[in-house]
Design a protein around this ligand. Structure first.
Ligand code: AMP
Length: 232
């Protein structure tokens, strides 16, 4: 990979995209990088879930799509993420997780950044085979109080069904139920591949093997970002 797609010296914010299917580990890696780089972790799925929880009009509009495991329409999604990126804590940049998920979203992001003299620094594609993804996602349970994620197969809580930190009863996200997961994957993977093709054309994609242990994936991403940062 060359540095040809990296932002020229002195331009704007550091915008990093983490792309991967549901369960590829984007959220985990984004949280680690966010702490390391001091950039906000902007996850479109979390923004939608917050809107749903707060009962905002956006949440109501997104509800049925989310429950069916389908993508929320582009216009709603683009507006939500752009508003988030305009908030003061994103002045130095952001790590985007789960956005863009369609070429239209990618183009909208590119255009918004270009209008501000900015561009995406690097796109990290975390690759994991489909069967591994379905296994990972359908075993995922979450603590509704503290947000800790468990996996019944690989990372179970000490006491079945209860959070290790606060004892709260764990819940499964509606869209993580096994019957919804496969449908979610089948619908979401083709547009994701199209997003990767879009950024491959700009030469800014780094592919990372997401089947490796978490720390190794983080190291591979750091290396990818180091290459991008070298030309800034
Ligand atoms: P996630 O937590 O990333 O799996 O997202 C949960 C749900 O939010 C998805 O299944 C979609 O319904 C919706 N969503 C999140 N990000 C996007 C996006 N970029 N475009 C459209 N819908 C999205």
């Amino acid at each position: 990979m060359t540095d040809s797609g990296a932002a020229p010296a002195g331009t704007g914010r550091e915008i990093i995209l983490l792309v991967g299917a549901v369960g590829a580990g984007k959220g985990t890696q984004a949280a680690i990088l966010s702490a390391e780089l001091g950039l906000p972790h902007v996850a479109s799925g979390n923004l939608f879930r917050e809107a749903l929880r707060d009962g905002t009009p956006l949440g109501e509009d997104a509800r049925e799509y989310m429950q069916r495991g389908e993508l929320v329409p582009d216009d709603l999604t683009i507006q939500m993420v752009m508003e988030r990126l305009a908030r003061p804590d994103a002045v130095a940049g952001a790590i985007l997780d789960g956005f863009p998920r369609t070429v239209r979203q990618a183009e909208a992001l590119d255009e918004t950044l270009a209008a501000q003299g900015e561009r995406i620094d690097r796109v990290v594609f975390i690759e994991v085979p489909m069967d591994v993804l379905v296994r990972r996602v359908s075993g995922r349970w979450i603590c509704p109080t503290c947000g800790t994620t468990y996996h019944l197969g690989t990372d179970p809580p000490r006491l079945a069904g209860r959070c290790d930190n606060d004892g709260t009863e764990l819940v499964q996200r509606d869209d993580d139920r096994p019957e919804v997961v496969s449908a979610r994957m089948a619908k979401q993977i083709p547009p994701m591949d199209a997003v990767i093709d879009h950024y491959e054309a700009a030469g800014i994609v780094t592919r990372v093997d997401g089947q490796r242990p978490i720390a190794e994936v983080t190291a591979a991403i750091r290396e990818a970002l180091g290459q991008g940062a070298a030309s800034r």
